[in-house]
Design a protein around this ligand. Structure first.
Ligand code: CA2
Length: 145
């Protein structure tokens, strides 16, 4: 049976493709979902793709993943840099976590250089745009073998 990956997207990522294409690219979040589902099929993963603008909702989805997923891919967006709650939830659930950022957060403002999620992720990908999601799913498929 295919292993299950919960793909989570944080605040404002619903705006992808509508503004700031120089930073985040031209793809919409729907395009990213299609890419993730296609990649999942190629590497034998089933993908549950979600976005929320609410920290608590993301925390609840992470907690629920204990029963519904084998791994988590997360782009926590701005919560990367602020959320101890998301860090704690990811640590508590104990599943392999891959962290993805579209942009190279280390090339941007200093407040984006630290992520609370990175300490609980087995790998972090940033700066490769939407391809980062594909690379992270490939890495998770290997990890779950
Ligand atoms: O590079 C990334 O993927 C980020 O996680 C994106 C976050 C940002 O706060 C992180 O520092 C890095 C922002 C997501 C907002 O996305 C938008 C997309 C289009 C228009 C406006 C916002």
């Amino acid at each position: 049976m295919a292993k299950r990956v919960l793909v989570l997207n944080g605040p404002n990522l619903n705006l992808l493709g509508t503004r700031e294409p120089d930073i985040y690219g031209a793809a919409t979040l729907k395009d990213v979902e299609t890419l993730c589902k296609q990649t999942g099929e190629e590497v034998g993963l089933s993908v549950d793709f979600r976005q929320s603008n609410h920290e608590g909702e993301l925390v609840t989805w992470i907690q629920d993943a204990r029963k519904t997923a084998d791994a988590i891919l997360i782009n926590p967006a701005a919560y990367s840099h602020t959320s101890v709650a998301i860090h704690d939830a990811l640590k508590a659930v104990g599943l392999p976590v891959a962290e993805v950022h579209l942009s190279n957060i280390h090339q941007r403002e200093a407040f984006r250089h630290h992520s609370y999620v990175s300490a609980v992720a087995f790998g972090v990908i940033c700066g490769f745009g939407v391809t980062g999601y594909r690379l992270a799913l490939m890495a998770l498929a290997d990890k779950l073998k």
